[in-house]
Design a protein around this ligand. Sequence first.
Ligand code: AMP
Length: 150
Amino acid sequence: MMKYFRKKEKTNYTVIVGCGRLGASLANTLSDEGENVLIIDNNKDSFRKLSPSYGGLTLMGDATDIDMLHEAQVEKATTVVVVTNSDNTNIMVAQMTKAIFKKDHVIARLYDPEREFVYSELGINTISPAVLSVNEIRKLLSYKEEEAVI
Ligand code: AMP
């Protein structure tokens, strides 16, 4: 008997700013999961990090340029993830996304965790590699301690 599988509806549209290691990896993952993705970078070589199976869109340009964000159709995005290598760029793009495009769901990478309060005051979710790493290392340390007790 033939089985019919309903294809996953592509309802989410995620705009990722910065096609570095993190941005490209996220874009590949979301695209493989069947999401609509568009990734922006101002360096065309960065798009080489996308996997051959990446089924989303790419847009080359400076994401601090409002025209780029219009071209990316940020107004239609479910989520905007801002992960360039500059905290200043990330905060600027995240702010523009919130203020101009009225997007609620904005996530930004922050290298300097001490600036987190600036983002939280603006209602922007942050990911800090340093904080995440500390938490993971602490978890591994506590496993070691548990092993030592047993
Ligand atoms: P990584 O440090 O590996 O996560 O890479 C960060 C990415 O952000 C690089 O591919 C940069 O080219 C990109 N990037 C930096 N500034 C901007 C910008 N203003 N607009 C778009 N992409 C940017």
